[in-house]
Design a protein around this ligand. Structure first.
Ligand SMILES: Cc1cc2nc3c(=O)[nH]c(=O)nc-3n(C[C@H](O)[C@H](O)[C@H](O)COP(=O)(O)OP(=O)(O)OC[C@H]3O[C@@H](n4cnc5c(N)ncnc54)[C@H](O)[C@@H]3O)c2cc1C
Length: 394
């Protein structure tokens, strides 16, 4: 089949990998001029870990892992108030968890794409006309072409979803907060391999040490700290972060000074995407475009990898019957993702409490994670995927 995939994030590259391997003619489009870098590190476990293993990429990605020994919560003076050793989480994932930069995952998959995958950067699908047999696609910068199938893998604010399924307002459920992440080279203090986090009411800032003396920052802000103005440009992002973090204490002065020369800041709303159908005719959605569980709930990258494997596997299993393949794709994964999405609101309350008392209680509660049984009671459900990846023989 001729298949167009819009978006070369983790979902799009993983699907292109599988479809190319199965012999389909794939066009992978990315609006950015090159594979996008940046973003935070994420933990891959469960079905996402299984999916990357089935792609044969696990050994090389394990080499690129980032390690933290401890997760430490500090107050505005830098005194430790909570935290636990990172091995507790590894144990919950039964040893099958990898901490990886999102860009390392996308880069590794992109490098493994089979030769027949055509990639085009700096372009995007601009119109889609599905007549039930073939899909005629127009592009921003190239002549139109026809495909058997079109896939939207273009993330939380998916353009394919807007073109075919409807406006974002029908599917996006904002959780009332935003995320930012950026790197500061040579940042001090470094505290060895410790993930250090400080929370002020409605604002969470964490630093994670990377290789090559880089420090990765991760910021969560409740929307009231953006004062009704969501930044769009790089300068606006910096200004918004400066205004929101200036009075939180801890290392805010050093962080904001270190952020000044930074030219790449990831900034986005934290939202869920919930849809009754991921498929319409010969157009399907995958990854955040279909079912973003939200950064807070986690596993967005893991689900994207699993969706890519299952979508390709169902197409392989059903041959020319794309309707059945696409229906099975959604049926297999829809409920698992929906359950994960239900956890998002309670996780917002625990990540970014809105009162000082809430922050104190949350920090102290994390100390329980040091004792046996509590990790399973407090966090076990977040590490449970009630699905084993099907075997497709691909
Ligand atoms: C630069 C970046 C940084 C991120 N940082 C974090 C983070 O710190 N923490 C976190 O939890 N999640 C982050 N994410 C989101 C995380 O990668 C996803 O939740 C998860 O990996 C699922 O991936 P996805 O491929 O569905 O979506 P995404 O990773 O969002 O990938 C979508 C891709 O589609 C491209 N695209 C968008 N619109 C169009 C269009 N109209 N035409 C063509 N291409 C288009 C985008 O440029 C992007 O490459 C980040 C995403 C990006 C792109």
């Amino acid at each position: 089949m001729k298949i167009a995939i819009n978006g070369a994030g983790i979902a799009g590259t993983a699907l292109a990998y599988w479809l190319g391997k199965l012999g389909h003619e794939v066009l992978l489009l990315e609006r950015a001029p090159a594979l996008r870098r940046g973003g935070f590190v994420l933990n891959l476990w469960g079905i996402g870990y299984d999916a990357i293993e089935r792609m044969g990429l696990l050994p090389q990605l394990l080499e690129l892992q980032h390690h933290s020994d401890e997760l430490r919560m500090v107050d505005r003076s830098g005194r430790t108030r909570g935290g636990y050793p990172s091995r507790v989480l590894l144990k919950l994932a039964k040893g099958r968890m990898a901490t990886l930069a999102r860009s390392d995952i996308a880069t590794a998959i992109f490098a493994a794409l089979p030769a027949q995958v055509e990639t085009r950067f700096g372009d995007s699908i601009s119109a889609i006309d599905d007549d039930g047999t073939r899909v005629r696609v127009a592009f921003e910068h190239a002549p139109p072409r026809e495909f058997d199938l079109v896939i939207g893998a273009d993330g939380l604010h998916s353009h394919v979803r807007q073109l075919v399924f409807g406006p974002d307002t029908r599917f996006e459920y904002p959780l009332g907060c935003h995320v930012a992440s950026f790197e500061i080279p040579g940042y001090r203090p470094r505290n060895g391999n410790t993930y250090v986090a400080h929370t002020a009411p409605g604002r969470y800032v964490a630093r994670f040490p990377l290789r090559d003396d880089r420090m990765l920052f991760f910021v969560l802000l409740r929307d009231e700290h953006l004062k009704g103005c969501v930044p769009t440009s790089h300068l606006e992002r910096k200004a918004a972060l400066t205004a929101a973090l200036a009075d939180i204490g801890w290392e805010s002065t050093t962080i904001l000074a270190g952020m000044e020369p930074v030219d790449d800041i990831y900034f986005d709303s934290i939202s869920k995407i919930r849809m009754d159908a991921w498929v319409k005719g010969k157009v399907a959605l995958i990854g955040d475009a279909a079912a973003c569980p939200s950064l807070i709930a986690g596993e967005g990258a893991g689900f994207a990898l699993a969706q890519a494997y299952v979508l390709a596997g169902e197409l392989h299993r059903h041959g020319n019957d794309t309707e059945a393949a696409l229906a099975h794709y959604h049926a297999r994964l829809g409920a698992v993702v929906a359950r994960k999405q239900k956890q998002a609101e309670s996780l917002v309350a625990s990540f970014i409490p809105s009162t000082a008392l809430g922050v104190r209680l949350r920090d102290y509660a994390t100390l329980l994670m040091r004792f046996p049984v509590f990790p399973r009671i407090l966090m076990g459900r977040y590490f449970r995927d009630e699905l084993a990846l099907p075997e497709y023989g691909i």
